[in-house]
Design a protein. Structure first.
Length: 278
C-alpha cells in the first residue's frame, strides 16, 4: 500500500469493525492499548478519495505524525500494511475534509452525521476516557501553536533576508546611477570645453553669415538655380563639421565666410559680360 509517512509496521493485538449507520469501519488495537482506525476504511465509508487523503495527511505530518501508524490488517488477500489514525485523532482529521468535495449526497450526509457523533462513537468503541481525549486535544493544540510559531519565525527570517537583498540591490543600482551621472558630467564638461556655447558664433556673426548666404543665394537664383539655400547650408555645415549652422564654431567662422565670399566672387565674374575686343 502506498504510505506517504515512513513508519514501522505493527502487528495488531486485535482487529475489530466499527459499525456506523450501515457502514463497517476497520479498526485495530495495538499492544500499548491504543486504538487505530484504517484510513482507507474511513475513506470507503464516507466517499473520500484515499489517495487525496493520504497526501493531505502527509502534508500535515507536523500535526498527525505522532498519531499515525502502519498496521497489518486482514484482507481477503491476506494481511496487508494499512495506514491508520489513532482513534482520538480521527475527529480532528475529518474536520479538515471539504464537504463540498464529497459528490455523493448520501456519503456527505453520513460524514456530517459521523462528525457530529464521532467523539461518542469512538469513545464507546475504544473505551476512550474523557481525560484521554482532553489530553489529545491539548497536545494537538500545543503542536499547532508550536508549528505556527516555527512557521512565522521562518517566514520572518525569509522576509528579512529578501528585504536585505533588495536593499543591497537598490544601493548597488543607486551607486551605478550616481557613477553614470558622474561620468556624464565629465563628458559634458569636456564637450563644453570643445564646443560649448562660448565658442559658438555670436548673434552678430550669425547675422553676417546669413547675409552672406542670402547674397550667394540671390546670385545662384539669377543664374537659374532654383531653391539654392538648402545646398548652401549643407556646404557650410559639412565644411565646418557640424549639423546646423547655429553650431558653427568661432574658429571656423572665417573659413566659412571666405568660402561664401569665394563662391560669390566666382558667380559675380561669371555673370559679368565679357570685355569688348580692343
Amino acid at each position: 500500500m502506498d504510505n506517504p509517512i515512513e513508519a514501522p509496521v505493527f502487528k495488531p493485538k486485535s482487529e475489530r469493525t466499527l459499525p456506523f449507520r450501515g457502514k463497517l469501519i476497520a479498526t485495530a488495537d495495538l499492544a500499548d492499548g491504543k486504538g487505530y482506525v484504517s484510513l482507507r476504511s474511513l475513506c470507503d465509508a464516507f466517499g473520500l478519495d484515499p489517495r487525496a487523503q493520504r497526501k493531505r495527511l502527509a502534508r500535515q505530518q507536523g500535526y498527525f505524525a505522532p498519531y499515525t501508524a502502519t498496521i497489518l490488517l486482514s484482507t481477503p488477500g491476506g494481511a496487508q500494511p494499512a495506514l491508520c489514525l489513532m482513534a482520538s485523532a480521527v475527529p480532528l482529521f475529518l474536520t479538515g475534509v471539504e464537504l463540498e468535495r464529497v459528490l455523493d449526497p448520501e456519503a456527505r450526509d453520513l460524514l456530517t452525521a459521523f462528525l457530529d457523533e464521532a467523539h461518542t462513537v469512538l469513545a464507546e468503541h475504544f473505551g476512550i476516557s474523557e481525560r484521554g481525549e482532553l489530553n489529545f486535544l491539548r497536545e494537538s493544540v500545543a503542536r499547532m501553536v508550536a508549528g505556527q510559531e516555527a512557521f512565522e519565525e521562518q517566514l520572518a527570517k525569509k522576509v528579512e533576508a529578501e528585504l536585505a537583498e533588495l536593499r543591497k540591490s537598490h544601493e548597488e543600482k543607486v551607486d551605478q546611477i550616481r557613477g553614470a551621472f558622474g561620468d556624464l558630467r565629465k563628458q559634458v564638461t569636456r564637450i563644453e570645453a570643445v564646443a560649448g556655447p562660448k565658442v559658438r558664433l555670436t548673434p552678430e556673426q550669425l547675422g553676417q553669415l546669413r547675409q552672406a548666404v542670402a547674397a550667394l543665394g540671390t546670385l545662384m537664383q539669377e543664374q537659374g538655380i532654383a531653391k539654392p539655400y538648402p545646398a548652401i547650408y549643407m556646404d557650410i555645415t559639412r565644411l565646418s563639421g557640424v549639423s546646423r549652422s547655429e553650431d558653427i564654431r568661432q574658429e571656423d567662422f572665417q573659413m566659412v565666410v571666405d568660402f561664401l565670399e569665394g563662391q560669390i566672387r566666382a558667380l559675380t565674374r561669371k555673370s559679368q559680360p565679357p570685355n569688348p575686343p580692343a
